[in-house]
Design a binder for this molecule. Structure first.
Ligand SMILES: *Cc1c(COP(=O)(O)O)cnc(C)c1O
Length: 345
C-alpha cells in the first residue's frame, strides 16, 4: 500500500549527499575541539545566524536546555509560551535539570507572546518572588501551525527585554522556514535573540543534531553544560558532515514544502466538516480541527492511517499535517483524496 507520512518533518531521511559527506568526513576528538567537521558546521550555523559561535548538540531538546541553563543561574524564572515546544514537549527540562521555574503566558494566534502579557509576567523586585531570568520564543511556532513571528514584533519584544535587561532565547527549530516565508536571511530573525536553537533534523533532513548559536562567551558556558548533561562528543564529525549538507543544500528547497502545505490546506478547507485557519498556514505545517470531541480527532487519524495517510492528532483536538522533503505535490493530492473519502463516509 502507498504510504504518505504527514506526521512530522522529523521523518525526513538523509539525502544521498549526506552519505557521501559521511564517507569523506575528516574527524577528531571534539572534546578538545579537534574535529574539523564539527568546527566547520558550528561556524557555518553561527555565520548564517550572524552570531559569533555555535555548538553542536544532540537535538533541539538539548539545545533549548543547554541554552537556557547557559543564560540563567538556578532559581531564576523563564517566561515562555504555554504552547511552546520547550514548555509542552521537553519533559519540563529547565525545572527538572536546570533548577529554573517556568512562567507560561498564553500564545497569540501566530505563536507570539503578547507584549503586555510578557510585561505583566516579569517579576517585580521582591524577595518573596523568583527572579525573572529569560524570555523564550519559538519561530516558526509549531503548535500554532508553523506560524512566523513578524520582524516588527521581534523588534518590539527585543526592546521590552532590553528595558528589563533580560536575554532572549529563540527556539528556532524551524528558523529557516521562517526566513523562507519572510524572504530574509536567518540572521535578520536571529539578531533579536541572544541565543538560537536550530534543528538540522526537521525539514533539513540531517539524521542527527541541532546547533545552538550566540556570543562566544555564551557558547563557552554552553560547552561545559553540554558536557555536564552527557552530550560531549568525540568523532561526531561523521554526523556533523550531514549538518553541513543540511545548511548548504536543503534550505533552498523549503519553499517547495510551503507550496505543498498551502495547496494541502486549501484542499482541506474545501471539505465539509474540516476547520482550518488558512491565515496561519505560512510554512510547512497545516493544523486542522473537526467538530466533536478528542475521540473524533483520534479516530480520524486512525482511519486515515488505514488508507496509508499518516497524520498526528494532538491532545487538544488539533490534527497536524507536515510537508517535507520526500512528500511530493502528487502525495498531497493523494492525501487530499483519502481525507475526502473518509469525510464522505
Ligand atoms: C522538534 C522540535 C524541538 C526538539 O527537537 P528534538 O531534536 O526533537 O529534540 C524543539 N522545538 C521545536 C519547535 C521543535 O519542533
Amino acid at each position: 500500500m502507498r504510504t504518505v507520512d504527514f506526521r512530522s518533518d522529523a521523518k525526513t531521511l538523509p539525502v544521498p549527499e549526506m552519505y557521501e559527506a559521511i564517507a569523506g568526513a575528516v574527524v577528531g576528538d571534539d572534546s578538545d575541539q579537534e574535529d574539523p567537521t564539527i568546527c566547520q558546521l558550528e561556524a557555518l550555523a553561527a555565520a548564517k545566524c550572524g552570531k559569533e559561535a555555535g555548538l553542536l548538540v544532540v537535538g533541539g531538546a538539548m539545545g533549548n536546555l543547554v541554552s537556557v541553563m547557559a543564560q540563567c543561574e538556578r532559581g531564576k524564572e523563564i517566561i515562555l509560551g504555554g504552547l511552546n515546544h520547550h514548555y509542552v514537549w521537553e519533559c519540563g527540562s529547565p525545572a527538572v535539570i536546570g533548577g529554573l521555574s517556568l512562567r507560561p503566558v498564553p500564545n497569540g494566534r501566530f505563536g507570539e507572546l503578547p507584549l503586555d502579557a510578557v510585561r505583566a509576567a516579569i517579576r517585580p523586585d521582591d524577595i518573596h518572588q523568583p527572579v525573572t531570568g529569560l524570555i523564550e520564543i519559538e519561530n516558526t511556532h509549531n503548535h500554532c501551525g508553523g506560524t512566523v513571528l513578524p520582524l516588527s514584533y521581534l523588534a518590539e519584544l527585543r526592546q521590552l527585554a532590553d528595558e528589563y535587561g533580560l536575554p532572549v532565547h529563540l527556539d528556532g527549530a524551524r528558523i529557516f522556514n521562517a526566513a523562507t516565508y519572510l524572504g530574509v536571511e536567518a540572521s535578520e530573525i536571529a539578531r533579536y535573540a541572544d541565543s538560537v536553537q536550530i534543528c538540522l533534523t526537521k525539514g533539513l533532513c540531517a539524521p542527527f543534531g541541532s546547533v545552538i548559536v550566540g556570543k562566544a562567551d555564551f557558547i563557552e558556558r554552553a560547552r561545559r553544560i553540554r558536557k555536564l548533561l552527557g552530550g560531549g562528543m568525540r568523532q561526531a564529525g561523521i554526523m556533523a558532515a550531514c549538518g553541513i549538507v543540511a545548511l548548504e543544500k536543503m534550505v533552498g528547497r523549503l519553499q517547495e514544502d510551503h507550496d505543498n502545505a498551502r495547496r494541502l490546506a486549501e484542499g482541506l478547507a474545501q471539505i465539509e466538516g474540516i476547520k482550518i485557519d488558512l491565515d496561519t498556514v505560512q510554512t510547512n505545517i497545516v493544523m486542522m480541527r473537526l467538530d466533536g470531541d478528542q475521540r473524533r480527532a483520534d479516530e480520524f487519524a486512525r482511519r486515515l492511517s488505514e488508507d496509508g495517510v499518516l497524520v498526528l492528532a494532538f491532545h487538544d483536538g488539533k490534527i497536524r499535517f507536515v510537508t517535507r522533503y520526500g512528500i511530493t505535490a502528487d502525495d498531497v493530492s493523494y492525501g487530499l483524496a483519502k481525507v475526502q473519502k473518509l469525510m464522505a463516509a
